[in-house]
Design a protein around this ligand. Sequence first.
Ligand SMILES: [Zn+2]
Length: 336
Amino acid sequence: MHVYSDPASERHVNHMAGVESPERFPAALAGVEEAERAGAKVERRPCRPAPRSALEAVHAPAYLDHLEELAASGGGYVDFDTALNSDSWEVATLASGAAIGAVESALSGTAAFAIARPPGHHAGRAYGMGFCLLNNSAVAAEHARSLGIERVAILDWDVHHGNGTQDIFYANGEVLYLSVHQSPFYPGTGDAREVGEGRGQGFTVNVPLPGRSGEDLYAEAFAGFLGPILREYRPELILVSAGYDAHAADPLGGMRLESASFGRFASELAALAREIGAAPLALMLEGGYNLGAISESVAATIRGLEEEPPSWEYSGDVRPVEAARKALSPFWESLR
Ligand SMILES: [Zn+2]
C-alpha cells in the first residue's frame, strides 16, 4: 500500500484542542512501521499541497482566502475549538494533497492511506469546526470525480458524525456518504432520518449508535445495512474517513472498539471493494486522540487490508440498525 504523509503535519498547532496534538502524526506513522514489521508492504509517498482548483471544488473561495489570510497574519480562530497557527494553511493544504495522492494510488490499483493532520470531516463548504479546516475526504472525492469516476462512496467510521462531509453532498447526490457514529454526541447531527434532499435523497446514510457500542453492533451495521447499500450502489471508489476515536481508550469517544476492530472493518471493506470491482480503498486519517490506540489501530487497519474479512451476519433485530434501514429503505431496494 502507499502511505502519503509529510513531516509538516506536525507544524499545525491548534492550541484550542490539546488532544488534536502534533504528536498524533508520529503516533500514526508508528502504526505504519508496526504494520511493516508484521509483514505489510508499504511504500511512502510525498504529498504536494492540494491545488487551489481542487479545494474550490469543495470550498467557497472566500473561506479559503480567509484561512490563508488568517494563517499569514500569525493565526486565529474559526470556531471555539478550531484554531490556526502561521503554518496551518500550508499544513492543511498538504493534508488535502495527501488525500488526493491516496485517490490517485487507489485508482491506479494500490490501496493508500493519507496520514496527515488536521482532520477534515467537520469542515463544510464555508466553515471550519471540530478541529477541521479543509474537508480532505470531500476534496479527494471531488478529485476522483474530476478524473471521470462517477460513483464515489465515503465511509466514515470516526466516532463523530461527519457533518461537514454530509453538508457538502447533502443536496446534490454526487457522492454516497455513509457514517456510523456515536449519538447523541458532538456535533449533534447524523440522525438516521437525515437522508439527503432533492437529488441527494438517499445518498446520505447515517447509522447513529448509542455510546458504549462495541464491535458487535458495528458488525450488525456493516452486515445489515452499510454492506447492502454499497453493493447496490456499486461505487467505483470507496474512500474511508478513518477516525480512531471510537476506540475504547479514546479520551473523547465513548465507544468500546478495540484496535483489531478497525482491522476487521478494513478487511470487510477491502473484500467488498474487490467483490464489486471497485478500486482498492483510499483511507484518510480523521480523529483519534489516544496516541497508543492510534498506532495500534493504524497498524491493524493496514494489516486488515490483506486479511480475510470477518464473517459478519445481520441478526435482523438490532434497533439502531433497523431505524437506519427504515429511513433509507425507500431509496435502496436491498434494504426492503
Ligand atoms: Zn472524531
